[in-house]
Write a protein that binds this ligand. Structure first.
Ligand code: ADP
Ligand code: ZN
Length: 760
């Protein structure tokens, strides 16, 4: 399958040519070049790079320029298959052998290895260690061994696989063949284990930056997560993503709720049969399922590059896990979003779980959980915190996390803190966070009344602030060390010495203003499906073309039985939509279009671009020789240097939603659990305006927490009245019929609710 045999020398120059020719990329990413240089020098190498960092190219490109076959050990069958398909689509000959491959096919593969045709051979560790396989390997010329997901060798790691520890036989059997170990896990212990257990020979270790600047990091309060997710999905139509949940049950119910919105969603957890799991995974890879709701069992080795978002329904146990999971989004380098729902309740249940789970590791695990919690509660750039955890420093704030996009303003919080601290003391340091908030806000619920907390002086002293605001301020006080949580005493809050100083007015304290997450997330690129009625501005034309290219990709992928991203990644399609290439030169200049892909798909994709008007500028220079019908294998050097191409500034984000932004803001606050009165107060609007915002949103299909406005028996009563009046009564008649018991807001909502129930 390799193109016209060209003499390749194992040099960095030929590596660069291979990168352009087979992958369609113009330059190596930082570090890839050094790594490849080292590998070509025949040295053992350890590569530590985050998911999506570009590890595969580090061994695939040297494999192409070197003589012999590169044997890749890979733990997952699905991953192997995908990588081999992707390689073949790029014109590089590769194959895999694992338990799913029959004997005769294996013989063919063996023949290809022996005659030097195959450049990469993927094997599972079980297969590699099985009887006779070493003898088989000994017969061929092996350029190197690449151990993918090498952290599986370490019992410290989270994916320990005992069979990986047997891989040391490679060094014994092939003492002179270089070994390359690759992983996305950077911690010191794992790294040491990899070197020792594989018996690496004075390896060079490449630790790449763990920064993934294209990930927009967002943390949201954990109230109404389902509503938040459904709303997120509205804004991310057609974009593939993963929701991580803690429990199997949660996965199933949430997947159902998403399906009920007409979105193709599936669930995935360890309680399913291997066949069920494989089917769900396959459907996701092929873009037949848009959303997967899964436990953390899902994702290891998922190579799908167009996952556009990852949502954590619950707080993860530690930052390592969190980072690995969000790393599955945006591997193609295009903008992607990571949303974490956070509530203190999650911390409490995780604490309980970790304490019981493994008594020997409790302290370590609790410390890791604390770091995770600090990240979630942070009031400064989140990426800095993450990178800092991995031992990296970022010189400036990232500009692509919720805090950077929506920086909190500070104010003198002394009075606020004193109110809360006073309530802590007067409640005899027995109040949990939520009870403290209830006391401050003057709630009359069972917990407050039964302990006589409505009698203390600070009862109701903070009723002017909504729950979520207090929630934020008390967490800031925790982080600032004014109070701490006595976990062993029912999570009650205790005041510290520092807190006493503040309470007694000896020390001022500044706080960050609580801001709801509304502005935190904006899609940097308008990649949403354009409404058919929208005026064709450049941004919507681009979005339309992007959608058309995506549809074309899906159709071809289904015909060929491969995942769509194997054909082109989202970022390649996005660039095509922006540049609208209509000739060979322009198409080959798109990042991700190599020779083989150009030959296979160039013509149909150019036709699609032409069908959307093409690029007027490029069309003027269209030359007969450039027409798609004459596309054929050609001298590769004809491709122009990419650096000469000018890029247009990126289009402004499109909203593509009928609900305008002031209504959206109201709706968001409602979603976050605020009452109508609280929203009105916060936004300085009339209650009736907020009500009309909410009814409008509801009419447009956004979800409301109806139960907050109408009790089941009220709904039943209104429904009866409606039936008695017959058909669709006027609101006024309904109002009278029910003796003015319900206001128009409630009646309007109820009628819409019934309509929705009937599916109208
Ligand atoms: P990893 O294995 O480290 O998770 P991959 O090897 O899958 O990452 O690479 C992630 C994505 O980045 C892939 O779509 C890959 O094609 C792309 N990529 C890798 N190297 C480059 C490069 N030098 N230029 C452009 N894209 C690249
Ligand atoms: Zn930031």
């Amino acid at each position: 399958m390799l193109f016209a045999a060209e003499p390749l020398a194992p040099t960095i120059e030929s590596a660069r040519r291979v990168l352009k020719k087979y992958y369609g990329y113009d330059a190596f990413r930082p570090m890839q070049e050094d790594i490849i240089g080292n590998i070509l020098g025949g040295q053992d190498t350890v590569v530590l790079m985050p998911t999506g960092g570009g590890k595969s190219i580090c061994f695939q490109v040297p494999a192409v320029v070197q003589e012999g076959v590169c044997v890749v050990v890979s733990p997952l069958i699905a991953l192997m298959k995908d990588q081999v398909e992707a390689l073949k689509a790029n014109g590089i000959s590769a194959a895999y052998i694992n338990s799913s491959v029959g004997m005769s096919e294996q013989n063919n593969i063996a023949a290809d290895c022996l005659n030097g045709y195959l450049k990469l051979l993927y094997v599972s560790p079980e297969k590699l260690l099985s009887e006779g396989f070493m003898t088989f390997l000994k017969r061929m010329r092996i350029s190197m061994f690449a151990i993918d997901e090498a952290h599986c060798i370490s019992s410290w790691g989270h994916d320990f696989r005992p069979e990986y520890t047997q891989l040391r036989v490679l060094r014994e059997q092939f003492p002179n063949t270089p070994i390359i170990a690759l992983t996305a896990t950077a911690d010191r212990l794992t790294q040491r284990d990899i070197q020792q257990q594989l018996r690496l020979n004075n390896p060079r270790v490449f630790l790449s930056s763990f920064d993934r600047p294209n990930l927009n990091l967002i943390v949201r309060p954990g109230q109404d997560r389902v509503g938040g997710i459904l709303e997120f999905l509205e804004r991310h139509q057609g974009e593939a993503g993963i929701v991580y949940c803690l429990s199997r049950k949660q996965c199933e119910t949430l997947a159902q709720k998403i399906q009920a919105k007409g979105i193709k969603a599936g669930f995935y957890h360890a309680g399913m049969t291997p066949n069920q799991r494989a089917a769900v995974q396959e459907a996701f890879l092929k873009d037949d399922l848009q959303v997967i709701v899964a436990t953390i069992a899902f994702g290891m080795g998922i190579d799908k590059s167009n996952v556009r978002w990852v949502i954590h329904y619950n707080l993860p146990k530690n930052i390592e896990g969190y980072y690995q999971e969000i790393g599955r989004a945006g591997r193609d380098g295009s903008p992607a979003t990571a949303v974490l729902f956070y509530s203190f309740g999650d911390v409490m249940s995780l604490r309980d779980m970790l304490t019981k789970e493994n008594p020997n590791l409790t302290q370590l695990n609790l410390t890791k959980l604390e770091r995770m919690q600090q990240f979630a509660e942070a009031a400064s750039c989140r990426r800095k915190i993450l990178l800092n955890y991995f031992g990296e420093t970022l010189a400036t704030d990232c500009g692509n996390c919720d805090i950077c996009r929506n920086p909190p303003t500070t104010f003198d919080g002394t009075k606020l803190a004193q109110k809360a601290l006073s309530a802590v003391v007067r409640g005899r340091e027995r109040l949990s966070i939520s009870l403290l908030i209830d006391v401050l806000r003057g709630m009359r619920n069972q917990a407050v009344l039964s302990q006589g907390l409505d009698q203390i002086k600070t009862y109701g002293a903070g009723r002017d602030l909504p729950y979520l605001d207090w929630y934020s301020y008390i967490h800031q006080m925790l982080n600032d060390g004014l109070v701490y949580i006595a976990y062993e005493e029912g999570y009650s809050l205790k005041i510290t010495d520092l807190g006493r100083e503040v309470l007694q007015g000896q020390r001022p304290i500044s706080m960050k203003k609580f801001q709801p997450a509304e502005k935190a997330e904006k899609t940097p690129r308008g990649r949403k499906a354009a409404a058919p009625t929208a005026k064709a501005t450049p941004a919507t034309r681009e979005a339309q073309l992007f959608d058309a290219l995506r549809t074309l990709r899906k159709r071809i992928a289904d015909e060929q039985g491969v995942p769509p991203y194997v054909i082109f990644t989202d970022s390649t399609l996005q660039e095509m939509a922006e540049e609208r290439p209509v000739n060979r030169t322009a198409m080959l200049a798109i990042s991700g279009v190599g020779m083989k892909k150009f030959e296979t798909y160039g013509e149909v994709f150019i036709r699609e671009v032409l069908a959307h008007g093409g690029n007027p500028a490029a069309q003027a220079e269209l030359d007969e020789d450039d027409m798609p019908s004459s596309l054929g294998p050609d001298d590769f050097s004809a491709a122009p240097p990419r650096a000469t191409r000018k890029r247009e500034p990126k289009a402004a984000p499109t909203t593509g939603n009928d609900v305008n932004s002031t209504m959206e803001t109201t709706h968001q606050l409602h979603r976050m659990g605020l009452s109508i009165e609280a929203i009105a107060q916060r936004r300085d609007l009339a209650v009736s305006t907020v009500q009309s915002h909410l009814t409008n949103c509801y009419a447009k299909g956004l979800e409301l927490r109806i139960e907050e406005f109408l009790k089941p028996q009220e709904l039943a009563e209104i429904q009866t009245a409606q039936a008695q009046l017959g058909g669709s009564p006027m609101l006024r008649d309904l109002f009278d019929h029910l003796r003015e018991q319900y206001d128009y807001f409630k009646l309007r909502l109820a009628l819409m609710y019934f309509k929705k129930l009937r599916g109208e």
